[in-house]
Design a protein around this ligand. Structure first.
Ligand SMILES: [Zn+2]
Length: 745
């Protein structure tokens, strides 16, 4: 999965003109141990080999390998054999999950301009794997319900909440219609969800050339962008409720587990959905009548974009095989020599929608190279202090199936033993980016300082933070000059870290390179393959090697530290900015609603509207009350002080090698979870980070508070403030205990 590129770019960093590598010891290491660690890490980075990564990609992407396919299993067995050949203790852990595949798909325009959508991506002569028709999944959206509907069409732009407000203002209803939404802006599963909530009976999602086609670059095979018949497959399951096997929420789906009956599953769409190409969508867009859409709604097809409805009726019919399929998670373990019960975990998925050279193999191949490098080090006598676990997940594309089932199955152990989870999911050429738990921010920065950018030869951390000074908001640019660590972005969803951070409260990060040679037009199509990647992405595999070096170094440095190198002052600073944001949000919503009510009373909307066009003024709304943010302000302040105290104690005693402190640190991020979970979605337990209920991938920080505000559930806001503050206070308590442990009696 993943995409929505560049969302987590490291935004900033400190003002050092030259890099201070590590003046003293690595954080959490005694001086002596630090020197040895630096040498082991250098040895490790020297093992990473671009040519091997290229060959791994060639092998893993040689045939389509979606869940349940022959080559998916073949890849899992091959990965297992490789890991064993490196001398690692590896196994396949098998689960199963509901994975629908198409039985029949039909989309037609009825009436005088009858048209039948092709629903097919053609093979290209120069691209050898694009013709593997027998093994390719057809173009479809997984977890669309079965359905057969005839209805007029309405265009809804990206199908986001604001788009429906715009339609309301224009007096256009989608009730009883099939909506046409374009890909982009929101996660795709949000489009049918909102369409159904507004009364639509079907949903077509298409790729507009403005978003990932000819408007962005040359189309494939001349360039990397989406060709006329290219289609983005993908899941439309309602994952903001819960990801993983729809029939076993919260429970690892091993054989014989009790299943929720199919007709009671909440996360399958309420209307039938089908993705199509821009070649296929054209006649449907041309059939639309009604008003011309606002400028920001227009794509780049040579036609006038109108809202509809259409006079012509469209016929959408899809049906699926609702089968349960096996999942093969490949897991290799290197036991820790000193703290075997403290686990550092790495993961990337191995399944793809089709051949998936970029998504996910450009992440999985470096990951395998890391495992090989660690195997080499073991032979030379290196012994990690903590247990290292390398995972290659199956079933990420449909619904984060393999990682979710594995982590749900091992949940109790993971809550006690997991120190950190490092994820990747695809990779290309360019700048280092990372997002994740802010207790890992300083650690991620420390590793990024030690990885050489293969083209510019400066450190990837330095390059990212210098480049950040040319982009972003004025505040972000200013911060890039002054803040000692680059602030990392928060994680929403869209890859396998979701269960670790959002469900279990394990410090997690997502890593990768990108921003140059950006593709996007191959995403989830038959063209995301070895030919495409080796012509248009990281063609020298230099940033593939850099990813292996980066993630592998993180694994080693986290596993070898005497004291877990979490850091909390940066986390406290970031949480403080979130608190400021939600307070501002409440104020601005109050002002907005007051102003609009006044405009309505004064007849502003009536005066401004074109009397010959249909338009509907917004309703008068109750003005939100003032909320009690005091508990959140208090918790944020308490965290700031506790983090500073911890940092002081750490500076004084953190490198004394006092391993007992680790026991007080391990449950620390878990304190930010609430077992009751978020309103209406108890699976999501983290009170600081969650994917948005109406954004899907996009993160909502302090989600219980922010979403109560955004969804105008005024009476819930104070309760959610109190719950969120209580979670932060729980972390404060743990942090104080860790500080006491550092300072000693
Ligand atoms: Zn992926």
């Amino acid at each position: 999965m993943r995409k929505l590129a560049a969302c987590l770019l490291i935004v900033s960093m400190n003002s050092y003109a030259t890099e201070p590598s590590h003046p003293d010891a690595l954080r959490g290491y005694t001086a002596e141990h630090s020197a040895a660690e630096v040498q082991w890490e250098q040895k490790f980075r020297a093992t990473a080999d671009s040519e091997r990564i290229r060959e791994t990609m060639r092998r893993l992407s040689a045939r389509p390998h979606h869940v349940g396919s022959a080559y998916d299993k073949d890849n899992a067995e091959w990965l297992l054999a490789q890991l064993k050949s490196y001398g690692l203790d590896a196994k396949i852990e098998q689960f199963e999950a509901l994975f629908p595949t198409p039985r029949s798909r039909k989309l037609e325009l009825l009436g005088p301009n009858k048209f039948t959508a092709k629903l097919d991506e053609p093979a290209l002569p120069m691209d050898p794997t694009s013709g593997q028709k027998d093994e390719q999944l057809p173009t479809y959206n997984a977890y669309s319900k079965d359905g057969d509907v005839n209805a007029p069409l309405v265009y809804v732009n990206y199908g986001a909440p604001a788009d429906y407000e715009q339609l309301d203002a224009m007096g256009v209803s989608v009730k009883g219609a099939i909506v046409i939404a374009r890909y982009g802006e929101t996660w795709r599963g949000i489009k049918p969800k909102l369409a159904a909530e507004h009364g639509a009976v079907g949903c077509i999602i298409y790729s507009d050339p403005k978003d990932d086609g000819y408007a962005r670059g040359l189309p494939y095979p001349e360039g990397p962008m989406r060709p006329a018949d290219g289609v983005q497959r993908g899941s439309v399951m309602d994952m903001p409720i819960y990801p993983g096997d729809p029939q076993t929420p919260g429970v690892g789906a091993v054989q014989g587990v009790k299943l929720i009956p199919l007709d009671q599953v909440q996360t399958i769409t309420k209307v039938p959905v089908l993705p199509i190409s821009y070649a296929d969508v054209k006649p449907f867009l041309q059939a639309l009548e009604g008003q011309t859409v606002p400028e920001s709604w227009r794509g780049d097809l040579p036609l006038t974009y109108r809202t509809g409805p259409s006079k012509s009726i469209a016929h959408l019919a899809v049906s699926f095989n609702w089968d349960r399929k096996p999942l093969y998670d490949v897991v290799a373990t290197i036991p820790g020599a000193v703290f075997p019960n403290q686990w550092v975990i790495r993961g990337n998925h191995h399944d793809a929608w089709v051949n998936g050279a970029e998504d996910p193999i450009s992440g999985a191949s470096p990951e395998l190279e890391e495992a090989r490098g660690l195997g080499e080090l073991l032979k030379q006598g290196w012994k990690p202090q903590r247990t290292i676990i390398y995972c290659f997940w199956d079933g990420e594309e449909p619904a984060l199936l393999g990682s979710t089932e594995w982590a749900e199955f091992h949940a109790e152990d993971l809550k006690q033993h997991a120190v950190a989870y490092f994820n990747s999911d695809g990779n290309s050429r360019g700048f280092f980016h990372a997002g994740g738990s802010h207790s890992l921010e300083n650690f991620i920065n420390s590793v990024a300082r030690d990885i050489e950018d293969p083209e510019t030869k400066m450190s990837v951390g330095k390059r990212a933070r210098l480049a950040a000074r040319l982009r972003g908001t004025p505040e972000a640019r200013a911060e890039a000059k002054t803040r000692s660590d680059a602030r990392i972005g928060a994680l929403g969803s869209g890859s396998d870290y979701t269960v670790f951070i959002d469900h279990l409260g394990i410090p997690s990060a997502n890593l990768g390179y990108g921003g140059e040679d950006e593709g996007g037009g191959q995403y989830h199509s038959i063209y995301d393959d070895f030919y495409w990647y080796t012509h248009f992405q990281d063609t020298d595999f230099l940033y593939e090697r850099a990813l292996a070096q980066t993630a592998g170094t993180m694994m080693m440095r986290m596993a070898d530290a005497d004291v877990i190198p979490y850091q909390f002052t940066g986390q406290a600073d970031t949480i403080h900015t979130y608190v400021t944001e939600v307070k501002k949000l409440a104020d601005s919503m109050r002002t907005q609603i007051k102003d609009r009510n006044a405009d309505l009373a004064d007849g502003v909307y009536k005066a401004a509207a074109d009397p010959k066009k249909s338009s509907v003024p917004p309703p008068v709304e109750p003005v939100p009350p003032y909320f009690n943010f005091a508990p959140l302000d208090q918790a944020s302040d308490d965290l700031t002080i506790a983090a500073a105290d911890y940092e002081k104690a750490f500076s004084a005693h953190g490198t004394s090698g006092n391993g007992a402190v680790n026991d007080t640190l391990l449950p620390i991020e878990h304190a930010l979870t609430d077992p009751q979970g978020l309103p209406n979605r108890p699976w999501f337990e983290h009170m600081v980070y969650a994917p948005g209920f109406y954004t899907g991938y996009g993160v909502k920080t302090l989600p219980a508070v922010r979403e109560a505000l955004e969804q105008k559930q005024w009476s819930a806001v104070d309760t959610q403030i109190a719950r969120t503050a209580a979670a932060i206070e729980r972390e404060v308590e743990k942090l104080r205990a860790a500080t006491r442990a550092l300072n000693g009696p």
